[in-house]
Design a protein around this ligand. Structure first.
Ligand code: ADP
Ligand code: MG
Length: 468
């Protein structure tokens, strides 16, 4: 059958196009009136759908009659180069471990509006595109102390969406620490394990825009209804909801509906719930129902493995000392870590120069200069302990001795002033206190600064050390 179709197609298109788009189509299978054709990639499938669907239809109808159906199967090469079973997904090394029958999934139609005659029976026409980026996988989200909790909570949720106590799962942390990556990875993994589930990734900003639009167009109910159909809702950067009471209100209803029906909600934010401002209390309390997991600054080891993974994926080799140089200097942001290594690769290939340690230093320096250098909480504690001639353990200890309490409160005060860390994270880093203690410390320091001359001097001295 396929042979005949090919003849027909060949006669009707340019030889070059035939060669490019039809010759690579390999194994085919015919069951009843459905013909499966195997294409090398998702892109290939999309191209065929877009450009040759009519031609295919005519060819196939000629052979199989009016009820002809076409099923695309996307071929994947596994890591050993063997032809592996089929998947609708983009190849990725971890998929090689999956069971073949799970992979034998025909492609769903990309655009349901197409009203394609080849709608595959029994396969639901998905109307909701997940908006997931398959490059953000768990595989390339490297694990370290800084992200272990968040990563494993994410995996747990991906294994049993809606079925763990991590609902909602809130991932929070500073800029460039991997919130968006991890959020996608969870969605991608769920889609992999449960292809029938409707997953949606959306930024809080886009959600807000959609909502405002729906109010303008008087389709608010449709908007709510749409979101209530989703099995796994991922909303990125929910701090964006702050001060937007209409959006918060509608999200509150959607959230309740999903949660009551055992659907999974995943949120990310640049702050812990306790530190979020201008978010309604009832919403904040919902956020705390599940698990809040923090992404912290990656430690040196993790930075090294992230860099190596990046280089490996790009097929670039780089001397160990250069990798270490980058990892040593760029500490607070994974995006910049990657940015530095990429510009290093670019520079060296552009100038056809070896990557030397000098070049590495130059580039790293630029990166560090561009990001306002942030004093770390460790550094603050060290400086303050030195200033009061105690060690860091003493500063962090539970003792109530006045001068030690004051040193500790100053550390919290400066951490709040000079870092972007949340109150909760400051507290946990300075002797495992909670955010209320940090807040109290900051107020106490403010008060003492006004009433106590000696104390004022401490603040001035220390400020000079941190401000330079
Ligand atoms: P955020 O949303 O927190 O600002 P992103 O998720 O956009 O951060 O991450 C910034 C970049 O750093 C992305 O390219 C991401 O792939 C990378 N990244 C972050 N954390 C990791 C990690 N643990 N392993 C590998 N890459 C990471
Ligand atoms: Mg992000």
């Amino acid at each position: 059958v396929w042979e005949n179709c090919l003849h027909f197609i060949k006669d009707n298109i340019q030889p070059q196009a035939y060669k490019t788009w039809f010759e690579p189509i390999k194994s085919v299978k015919l069951t009843d009136n459905a013909l499966s054709i195997q294409v090398p990639s998702k892109f290939f499938y999309e191209w065929l759908e877009e450009h040759y669907v009519k031609l295919l239809k005519v060819a196939l109808t000629k052979e199989l009659g009016e009820n002809a159906k076409l099923v695309y199967v996307i071929r994947m090469e596994n890591t050993y180069g063997n032809k592996q079973p089929f998947t609708e997904s983009i190849p990725s090394s971890n998929r090689a471990t999956m069971q073949p029958q799970e992979l034998d999934v025909p492609v769903k139609h990309k655009n349901p509006e197409l009203k394609n005659p080849f709608v595959i029976p029994g396969i639901r026409n998905i109307k909701i595109e997940s908006q997931l980026n398959p490059n953000y996988s768990f595989d390339n989200f490297l694990e370290g102390d800084s992200n272990r909790l968040a990563r494993s909570a994410g995996l747990a949720v991906a294994n049993k969406p809606g079925g763990t106590s991590f609902n909602p799962l809130l991932i929070f942390g500073g800029v460039g620490l991997g919130k968006t990556h991890l959020a996608h990875a969870i969605g991608v993994e769920i889609k992999d394990k449960y292809p029938e589930k409707t997953v949606l990734y959306i930024s809080a900003e886009k959600f807000t825009q959609q909502y405002i639009e729906s109010v303008k167009k008087n389709t608010r109910n449709d908007f709510i209804h749409f979101y209530q159909l989703i099995d796994v809702l991922i909303i990125d950067d929910v701090q964006f909801f702050s001060g937007k009471s209409g959006t918060q209100d509608v999200f509150f209803h959607i959230f309740n509906h999903l949660h009551q029906n055992g659907k999974q909600v995943i949120l990310t934010s640049d702050k812990a719930p306790v530190d979020m401002q201008d978010i309604e209390q009832r919403l904040l309390s919902r956020f705390k129902w599940g698990l809040s997991a923090e992404l912290q600054n990656p430690d040196f080891e993790t930075r090294i493995s992230i860099l190596k993974n990046r280089l490996y994926r790009d097929g670039v080799e780089m001397p160990e000392e250069i990798i270490e140089c980058v990892a040593r200097n760029i500490k607070t942001n994974v995006r910049e870590l990657e940015g530095a290594i990429i510009s290093l690769i670019a520079q060296s290939s552009f100038n056809k120069k070896e990557v030397t340690i000098e070049l590495a230093n130059q580039i790293v320096e630029k990166f560090v200069k561009n990001t306002k250098r942030e004093v770390s909480i460790d550094y603050i504690q060290k400086v303050i302990s030195d200033y009061f001639q105690m060690d860091v353990e003493t500063l962090q200890s539970k003792t109530r001795k006045r001068h030690i309490v004051q040193a500790r409160q100053l550390a919290m005060f400066f951490a709040k002033k000079y870092t972007k860390a949340s109150l909760a994270s400051i507290g946990s880093q300075i002797g495992k206190r909670d955010h209320a203690t940090v807040l109290h410390a900051c107020k106490t320091v403010d008060n003492l600064a006004e009433t106590d001359k000696q104390f004022r001097k401490y603040i001035d001295d220390l400020s000079k050390k941190f401000a330079q």
